[in-house]
Write a protein that binds this ligand. Structure first.
Ligand code: NAD
Ligand code: GDD
Length: 363
């Protein structure tokens, strides 16, 4: 029978005009394909499915294997560029579920400067979704972003949390945000016109171990952790923050993120419907640094300097979790204090390994 998603992002229903067969639950031996798996979230997702007992996982990234954060045991690792159509066909061969997380992205330091690179990820999503469809995949997941929301609604640190319908009328983050919006549309039309079940999560700033912490693509939690470690190691009592420290964000711990991806992708009420996947614990960047200092067991806070010319992004951003709670009866719940303690410890270990000349992942 014909089905429709909720399509809260548009207020318009795009019912599927094909007959969609009821699919069997994905078996432990069915092939799960995960792109971007040499990176942060997809690498953790591969580990999550492996730990859940899935035995047929194909992990893909264009980075050479030695640069991947994680090599999950028993997983087939492919080093391929999925902005190339024929590679996507190879990657999706035999796939039952496809999780497309590959994207050229980073924190504000990257997406404000490299808008063309961000936009070019449209090739990844264009070719991956077609290849997944041709392969007969039963479920396709796409990682969208809170950067798809209308930036005019994010000009005040005391921001109203963003609801799914706030993406339209569209005024997304230049480059990166527009690519995400366009790729969301692909997901909606592959369902409406072709009957492939697609799922879209709008991630809000994700942090945790096995993510980028240096090199220019790192986001605020990892960047501030590294800066504290560098100050302590160098005997300095100073730290530089981008912006004036009043800008606000919510940060989601990686374990909540991978669990949320699984829940969303296996909920037919969310087919082709963008849904927030983020924490609703709003903090200012100044407060974030205070929490990092706590994770570092600092007795005396560092002296803060504010770089007002650095990339800042929007003034405030938070996730309204009404919709996800309504549908899944669940929301990300790891507190920032708990998540930061684990993240800080991991980054400190990486920093010390690098100093000792050992191999580390920095992305
Ligand atoms: P990441 O940079 O750690 O991982 C992305 C991976 O994709 C990288 O390893 C990169 O090499 C790979 N990649 C890029 N282009 C590729 C290509 N053409 N072929 C194959 N591999 C390619 O980033 P992440 O934080 O793990 O983000 C994963 C996804 O989640 C991305 O789509 C990102 O836009 C989205 N997202 C992340 C956040 C966040 O806070 N981390 C927030 C919103 C959305
Ligand atoms: N990266 C970084 N590094 N940000 C800093 C730093 C620093 O040393 N110091 C202060 N900040 C401030 C930034 O100026 C920005 O105002 C805020 O911390 C958050 O920056 P990021 O973590 O880099 O990014 P974001 O929250 O603006 O956007 C991120 O989240 C989106 C989803 O919510 C990005 O990763 C996007 O790619 C992602 O889609």
């Amino acid at each position: 029978s014909s089905k429709s998603g909720n399509f809260r992002g548009h207020g318009v229903a795009y019912p599927c005009d094909r007959v969609v067969e009821t699919d069997a639950p994905t078996g432990k031996d069915d092939l799960i394909v995960i792109t971007g798996a040499g990176g942060f979230i997809a690498g953790n997702l591969a580990l999550y499915f492996h730990n859940k007992g899935f035995r047929n996982i194909r992990a893909v990234d264009k980075k050479p294997l030695y640069e991947w954060y994680q090599h999950v045991p028993g997983v087939e690792n492919l080093c391929l560029d999925v902005s190339v159509e024929e590679n996507c066909r190879r990657v999706c061969e035999g796939a039952v579920e496809v999780y497309n997380l590959a994207a050229d992205m980073g924190g504000m330091g990257f997406i404000e400067r490299f808008r063309v690179e961000c936009l070019r990820s449209i090739l990844v999503n264009t070719h991956m979704i077609e290849a997944a469809y041709r392969a007969g995949a039963r479920r396709y997941f796409f990682s969208s972003s809170a950067c798809a929301y209308n930036t005019l609604l994010q000009q005040d640190p005391n921001v109203r949390a963003l609801r799914e319908e706030d993406a339209y009328p569209a005024f997304a983050e230049r480059g990166y945000g527009w690519e995400k919006l366009m790729s969301e549309l692909f997901c909606q039309e592959y369902w409406a016109e072709r009957g492939m079940k697609t799922f879209i999560a709008r991630f809000h700033n994700v942090y945790g171990p096995h993510g980028t912490w240096d090199g220019g693509r790192e986001k605020a939690p990892a960047a501030l952790s590294r800066k504290v470690i560098e100050s302590l190691d160098g005997g300095s009592t100073d730290i530089t923050i981008w912006g004036d420290g009043t800008q606000t964000r919510s940060f989601m711990y990686i374990d909540d993120c991978v669990q949320g991806i699984d829940k969303i992708t296996h909920c037919d009420d969310l087919i082709a419907t963008p849904v927030n996947l983020g924490s609703s614990e709003l903090v200012s960047i100044d407060e974030l640094l205070t929490k990092v200092e706590k994770a570092a067991n600092l007795k005396t806070p560092l002296t803060r300097h504010y770089d007002l010319d650095a990339p800042k992004g929007v003034a405030g951003r938070n996730s309204d979790n009404t919709f996800i709670k309504e549908v899944l009866n669940w929301e990300p719940s790891t507190s920032l204090d708990v998540g930061l303690a684990k993240t800080y410890a991991w980054i400190k270990e990486q920093y010390e390994r690098r100093k000792a000349g050992k191999r580390v992942g920095i992305g």
